[in-house]
Design a protein around this ligand. Structure first.
Ligand SMILES: C[S@@+](CC[C@H](N)C(=O)[O-])C[C@H]1O[C@@H](n2cnc3c(N)ncnc32)[C@H](O)[C@@H]1O
Length: 277
């Protein structure tokens, strides 16, 4: 379960804005694995509503989609009923910290925007992250590929223009995101070799709606980024008042452009790609 977002509520509107990004990066990473991609079994760990599984299910032999939230998983299941009937995807309610899969049973694992939801303890060496990575290493076949899609601290600072409206929430989410060096050390420690770190510079997590500045005022739009769950009511109300005020003064577009200036060169999320030794 996420340590802060209510995904049971969010499941109803998550797909209004969220789009899968970095699909070519993921596909190329899978192709670099030891098995032919069209024969691969791909684990979507923390699949949510299945936006990545849906986009990739036809590029591999089968997807195993796992999520801890029943409502998110139910949206995914509805979306891919036909693929499930044809045996191309399976859905399991469960935790990625205790994968309900046999040892060495998959060729690829992708973890898209999930790790920061673990109720982990940075000060104690990120034990839950370690447990999740250990599980991923266990279920991967030798030569299999792990792909972790997660924001860096720099991307959180400069890759999302509206985070400027909720600086305290940004500070809080940064504490939940494992720094790259710590992630690299954990990856190595579970018997994987980090091969690459790549960024999709052309895409953003909320698609075209990211550029619709007034959409900040819309609850469903805000549900497309769990950072809003980390804003106190006071911070949220202040942010909404600021947006309304900027819009009334015709300054909202320039605000967005100012705080989006670095994002095109930084991207919003990074893909760490590791191989099972
Ligand atoms: C931001 S959503 C990402 C969903 C999907 N991967 C995507 O990129 O659209 C985070 C998801 O992680 C799931 N999650 C959080 N902790 C989990 C855990 N320990 N095991 C399985 N799923 C988990 C949540 O239920 C939620 O569906």
């Amino acid at each position: 379960m996420s340590s802060y977002e209510n995904y049971t509520q969010t499941s109803a509107v998550y797909d209004h804005t969220r789009v899968p990004i970095g699909l070519e990066i993921i596909t190329a990473a899978l192709s670099s694995g030891s098995a032919n991609r069209d024969q691969q079994i791909l684990l979507d760990a923390g699949c949510g509503t299945g936006i990545y599984a849906f986009a990739l299910v036809d590029r591999v032999h089968r997807v195993e989609a796992i999520d801890l939230n029943r409502s998110m998983l139910s949206v995914a299941r509805t979306k891919m009923r036909s693929a499930a009937e044809h045996g191309r995807i399976g859905f399991t309610l469960g935790s990625i910290a205790q994968l309900p899969l046999k040892t060495q049973s998959v060729n690829g694992v992708m973890i898209n925007q999930v790790l920061h939801h673990l109720p982990d303890q940075a000060g104690h060496g990120w034990p839950l992250h370690h447990q999740v990575l250990k599980e991923c290493a266990r279920v991967l076949q030798p030569g299999g590929v792990l792909i972790i899609n997660s924001c860096t601290h720099e991307q959180l600072e400069k890759g999302f223009w509206f985070y400027e409206l909720i600086p305290n929430a940004r500070t809080t989410v940064m504490r939940k995101i494992i720094p790259e060096k710590a992630l690299d050390a954990l990856i190595c420690g579970v018997g994987l070799t980090l091969n690459d770190r790549l960024v999709d510079l052309d895409s953003v997590l909320q698609g075209e709606s990211y550029f619709d500045a007034e959409a900040v005022l819309d609850y469903a739009w805000r549900k497309g980024d769990s950072i809003w769950a980390l804003a106190s009511n006071h911070e949220l109300q202040t942010a909404l008042a600021q947006v309304a005020d900027l819009a009334a003064k015709n300054q909202l577009q320039s605000f967005m452009q100012r705080y989006d200036a670095d994002r095109p060169a930084l991207g919003q999320t990074s893909f760490s790609i590791a191989i099972k030794n």
